[in-house]
Structure formats: C-alpha cells, structure tokens
Design a protein around this ligand. Structure first.
Ligand code: PAF
Length: 278
C-alpha cells in the first residue's frame, strides 16, 4: 500500500493503473467498520482501491466540530493496509484548497431539506471536495455509505449534472451489535448518552418492521418512529421523504422512500435512516 499526500504523486501512481478498474472511497478518517464495508465493496468490484483521508473544512459550519473531529492517522493507515487498499491519499489542507481558492460546486434543491436546512453550506462543501477528489482520482466507481443518505443523493446528482463518468454506489449502513449506526462521531458519546442514542435506530427500525408487515401510511410510519425518539435531547428532524427527490412523502407509500432522522444526544449530532421500498 502506498500513502500519498500530493496530487502530483497521486496522478503518477494512478497513471500506471489506468487500464484497471479504479474504486474510490472518500473519507474523513477515524475509520470504522462502515468505512471498511465501503472498501470491501470497492475491492469486490474494482482492481485498485483508493481511500482518501481528509477532514474537509468547507463542510463544517463555524460552530461545528472541525477542530475536535476525531483523527488517528496511523490506525487508519493500518486498517487500510489490512483491508487491501492500494493507495491512501491523505493530503494537507493546502493541497486541496490552495491560497485564493474561490470556486465551489453549489448543489440545488436536494441539498436544501433535511441536514441541509440545519447545516447551511454543508453540502456545498461536500460537493466541492468530492468533485475535486473525483478529478484527482478519476475513479470508475465511488462508494458512499447509506447513513449519509442525503449526501449520496447530492453526490449522485452532481455526477449526473457535471457529466462525471463515475458510477456512484451506495453501501448499506453498518450498525453496532446494538443497532446504533456506525459513525466516527459516536466516540463523543459518554456511556449514558450512548444508551439514549439507541432510541434513534430503535425508532427507525420499529417503523421499518411495521412497513415490512404491511403498514404503508406515511404519517403512521413517522408516528411509530417518533414514539421511540423521546430519549434524545433535541430532535432536529424526523422525515419520510421520496428516495429520489427527497420531497416529503405523504398518504399511502407507493414509491421508495427514506425515513431520516437527525438528533442531538448531549452535544453530539447523530443521523440515521432506513429505506422503505414498497
Ligand atoms: O462522508 C464523509 O466522510 C465526507 O462527507 C466526505 C464524503 C469524505 C467528503 O468530505
């Protein structure tokens, strides 16, 4: 495995494998089994897997956790090596955002609801860095986790709108044994918060279970999930949205939808979702 920090070196290393299928897993590091499932999916479908590790400042709001975002590069590197990654791309901030940087990718309607409503500029930062990383790596396929459902929708739209010849694959959310969705931010939770955080997945999975046995009424499905969510400190949103347009779903469900939640437990913001396919 090669660890590379500059775009020039990355291009040089990838020049030798342009006849191969390149898979790309963009991350902000502090890797967990959710990331490793993306690597596994990439290795199953591609000849060469590139993982980027870059905590992207432009996707954090001024009051968010950029400075405290968990980092452990040596551990990440080892996990990548053990998982069969070919290249880890870990640039410094200046390599991605040179002085006087001023060109951004501005996503549209898909970025305005759900997390976008509470994190202004977040998806602009995500779309910009993902577009730049795509241009650097030029992968055939890029892999994203379903936990960041809206991110997947925004990135897929961006790839279509900007004619990027890259297939976007969404990999199902990996959960802890007690069903908490894996996230690098879970490490912020103390024991008591960790227990209460479980109410998010409990609510979503309860609604999914009712959906599986035939419940199709959108309002009822939301109500089932909401019953469990009283243990969080602040629910930002709990919404059932069309899986393609992210517009609110109502009445009887006839098209794939995502039941999405974001909530604070203590000072940690967590997101999760389940996909309901009628
Ligand atoms: O999902 C993430 O970790 C980040 O949003 C991403 C896609 C690596 C862009 O910084």
């Amino acid at each position: 495995m090669q660890t590379i920090t500059t775009v020039a070196e990355l291009r040089g290393a990838l020049a030798n494998v342009r006849d191969k299928r390149v898979g790309f897993v963009p991350t902000m590091g502090y890797l967990h089994d959710g990331h490793l499932a993306l690597v596994e999916a990439s290795r199953a479908q591609c000849d060469v897997t590139v993982v980027s590790i870059f905590v992207n400042p432009t996707q954090f709001g001024p009051t968010e956790d950029l400075s405290t975002y968990p980092r452990d590069f040596l551990r990440d590197e080892k996990l990548c090596r053990d998982a069969g990654v070919a290249i880890v791309f870990a640039p410094e901030e200046r390599e991605i955002y040179p002085a006087q940087f001023e060109t951004f990718v501005e996503p549209g309607e898909l970025a305005k609801s759900l997390c976008g409503a509470f994190r202004p500029g977040h998806f602009r930062g995500v779309a910009t860095v993902v577009c730049k990383l795509f241009n650097m790596v030029r992968p055939d396929i890029a892999f994203f986790g379903q936990k960041d459902f809206q991110q997947c929708a925004v990135v897929r739209r961006m790839a279509l709108d900007l004619n990027l010849p890259i297939e976007i694959v969404t990999v199902p959310t990996v959960r802890e044994p007690d069903r908490l969705a894996m996230s690098s931010r879970n490490r912020y939770l103390n024991k008591e918060e960790r227990r209460r955080a479980l109410s998010i997945s409990r609510g979503l999975l309860a609604a999914e279970a009712e959906f599986r046995v035939g419940e199709r009424n959108c309002e009822k499905l939301i109500a089932i999930a909401r019953q469990h969510l009283d243990e969080v400190d602040r629910l930002q949103y709990l919404e059932l949205v069309d899986a393609d347009t992210l517009e609110p779903a109502s009445g009887p469900l006839s098209h794939p939808a995502a039941l999405c939640a974001a909530a604070y437990v203590g000072s940690t913001r967590l997101i999760d979702n389940v996909i309901l396919k009628p």
